[in-house]
Design a protein around this ligand. Structure first.
Ligand code: NAD
Length: 489
């Protein structure tokens, strides 16, 4: 059965005449019809959000918190249904949707529902001048939220929850490749009692619906996650109209493995780092630098673990990796594998000739692919492939590997593997990235700032940083007694 998605505007599901076909990546069969929204649909959504803004922003923190908790509760009660839909729409193995994506989406709502209850402003009294200064935080208005297809519900809710918690209303545009769980979330929002117009969801293409949203004059703030290509374009529009912007973009994340690393812990983690969600995590490890003296041992152990990975139908028991998200992305990864061949890579595993059941033969499957022998200047060592492809390389000393890890346009994350705590503390600050994981990977705490440097993005999100982003600070200065000490008073 094909799911027919509608836009969600002013608390109502609004049917659309034109649709984009979206496919189940495991079968290549059409899975959903996604509205091909245009600027008229976007204008209606922004109008609804703007009309709802005053009432929503005037609500007390307690009331907003209660409603966000209700969203979390309903989402949690429907977790299985959401997990299955996410796996069918996006291709991720069901275990991953069930244990990470959906529970983390629930947590996003709970987290920001709780943190706003502790929110406080600063106040400075200057008795000698008879002046009291205090700050208030005002929500920005209608927030545009634009998200990609790799972690559809998680990334959407990581922005939606704080935007709402701090009193903004929202128009969100999920990826045209993965719109199903965002559309399902609209019914949760309705059932939870979030007032009409506070959350609006407009589906469709980036260059059409997305661009209409970011250029809309009543949208003062844009939170974007996606490619650097689209992010830079959006930034140029935002810059022209002085809109507040957060950009979370790509990565070419390095892991650095020293000879004293605990390989029994490091290798399983780097396997996850490289191939979780088919390598379609912005934080995926795609370059692994291993100290030369242990390289052969590392490769032997790493490949032994890679061989255990089961690739197949995401809903099947025991499957660890599903297909990549779309045909276009499948072709892009295959293009990079061809480039790797031309660049002289050694293919230590073959991800392109998989045995699949008949029902999955038209699916977009690529197995874990391990490359070695590529110089750092090669495209596969520099550009984000965003697939199950990881490149191994050797290094001899600390300074060399820091320079090489930093020598890419991106700066999202890195991981460091060593038992030498002095070395860890000395190297971590020198890596030009937003997050350094030491002897671990993807341990996320919502309190910690998240974001990148260089082409990986601008701005940070996470408890304090989301508060900073989704509100504008205002200073209020009150003179309460006459003094003569200050000539301005
Ligand atoms: P994309 O840039 O093609 O699309 C992302 C979103 O932007 C989609 O909703 C798309 O429709 C929209 N969009 C595209 N062009 C637009 C335009 N001109 N105006 C407005 N909206 C537009 O990215 P993608 O292929 O969906 O996602 C993969 C990328 O996302 C990778 O580069 C990955 O690293 C990055 N990503 C980054 C993070 C992070 O937190 N840094 C997290 C996840 C994914």
């Amino acid at each position: 059965m094909v799911i027919v998605i509608s836009n969600f505007i002013d608390g109502r599901f609004v049917p659309c005449d034109n649709h984009i076909e979206s496919y189940n990546p495991a079968t290549g069969q059409i899975f959903a019809k996604v509205p091909d929204s245009d600027e008229t649909d976007v204008a209606a959504a922004v109008k609804a959000a703007r009309n709802a803004f005053q009432k929503w922003s005037a609500k007390g923190f307690e009331e907003r918190s209660k409603l966000l908790h209700k969203v979390a509760d309903i989402l949690e009660s429907r977790a299985k249904e959401f997990a299955i839909a996410e796996s069918q729409d996006q291709g991720k193995a069901l275990w991953l949707s069930e244990t990470v994506e959906i529970p983390r989406a629930v947590l996003n709502f709970r987290h920001f529902a709780n943190t706003i209850l502790c929110d406080k402003d600063t106040c400075i009294n200057q008795p000698q001048d008879g002046v009291l200064n205090y700050t208030v935080r005002a929500p920005c208005g209608v927030a545009a939220i634009i998200v990609p297809w790799n972690l559809p519900l998680y990334l959407l809710t990581f922005k939606l929850a704080p935007a709402l918690a701090y009193g903004n209303t929202v128009v969100a545009k999920p990826s045209e490749f993965t719109s199903v769980t965002a559309w399902m979330l609209c019914s949760v929002i309705k059932e939870a009692g979030i007032p009409d117009g506070v959350v609006n969801m407009v589906f469709g293409y980036g260059h059409k619906a997305g661009e209409a949203l970011v250029t809309h004059p009543l949208v003062p703030i844009i939170s974007f996650t996606g490619s650097d290509r689209a992010g830079l374009h959006i930034a140029s529009i935002a810059g022209k109209f002085a809109k507040k912007i957060s950009l979370e973009m790509g990565g070419k994340n390095a892991a650095i493995v020293f000879s004293d690393a605990d390989l029994d812990k490091c290798i399983p983690t780097l396997i996850r780092g490289s191939f979780l969600n088919q390598g379609q995590v912005c934080l995926s490890t795609s370059r692994i630098y291993v100290e030369k003296s242990i390289f052969d041992t590392f490769v032997e152990k790493f490949l032994a673990e890679v061989k255990k990975i089961k690739v197949g139908e995401p809903l099947s028991e025991g499957v660890w990796m599903g297909p990549v998200c779309s045909k276009i992305h499948f072709e892009k990864i295959k293009m990079y594998l061809k480039i790797a061949e031309e660049e002289g890579a050694h293919f230590l595993t073959d991800g392109q000739h998989l045995q699949l059941p008949d029902k999955n033969k038209q699916g977009y499957f690529i197995g874990p692919t391990v490359l070695s022998g590529l110089p750092d200047t090669c495209r596969c060592m520099q550009e984000e492939i965003f697939g199950p492809v990881t490149c191994l390389s050797t290094f001899q000393d600390e300074k060399e590997v820091i320079d090489r890890a930093n020598n890419v346009n991106y700066g999202l994350s890195a991981s460091l593997w060593s038992r030498d705590i002095e070395r860890i503390h000395s190297i971590a600050p020198k890596l030009e990235v937003g997050t350094v994981w030491c002897n671990c990977w993807l341990v996320r705490n919502l309190h910690m700032p998240f974001g990148g440097t260089k082409m990986s993005g601008v701005g940070r999100e996470g408890t304090e940083d989301s508060r900073e982003f989704y509100t504008n600070k205002k200073t209020i200065c009150v003179k309460y007694k006459t003094t003569t000490s200050n000539p301005f008073l």
